[in-house]
Design a protein around this ligand. Sequence first.
Ligand SMILES: NC(=O)c1ccc[n+]([C@@H]2O[C@H](COP(=O)([O-])OP(=O)(O)OC[C@H]3O[C@@H](n4cnc5c(N)ncnc54)[C@H](O)[C@@H]3O)[C@@H](O)[C@H]2O)c1
Length: 122
Amino acid sequence: MDNISLVVIGQGYVGLPLAREATRAGITVVGLDLSMAVVDGLNSGRSHVDDLSDADVSEMLDAGYKATSDYSAVRSADYVVVCVPTPLSADGNPDLAPVEASMRSIAKNLVRETTVILESTT
Ligand SMILES: NC(=O)c1ccc[n+]([C@@H]2O[C@H](COP(=O)([O-])OP(=O)(O)OC[C@H]3O[C@@H](n4cnc5c(N)ncnc54)[C@H](O)[C@@H]3O)[C@@H](O)[C@H]2O)c1
């Protein structure tokens, strides 16, 4: 398949390095995060994750990566990988609210043939 497009949802400790490796592999990557501080920082070439430097983010931007908080990016994706957090809730079970919220937003923008992969711990 030519010009594979990927949306990585959640640009934290899991999602951002995944976005970098996919960008390096020649995939067109959009990093989606609800935090505007994260989105604006990444689009300005700033990393907030220890494993990536600002230079790594600049390299990604040069290769076509961009960050957004807009779930309509899912409409033009071949693949979507969900890397949102699953913190422990008060009763000690995983809090799936971020995963469920993300899936609802994906569903509103999902088109035929798009593959959705859940990377978050469940
Ligand atoms: N950190 C690890 O080493 C590791 C390893 C394996 C699996 N995991 C799992 O991967 C998942 C992500 O972990 P992490 O450490 O990257 O989390 P993180 O907190 O570093 O990053 C999560 C990002 O998701 C964003 N987010 C939250 N809700 C969102 C939503 N509805 N839509 C879009 N963005 C949203 C947050 O703003 C944040 O930037 C968790 O389920 C975790 O258990 C983590």
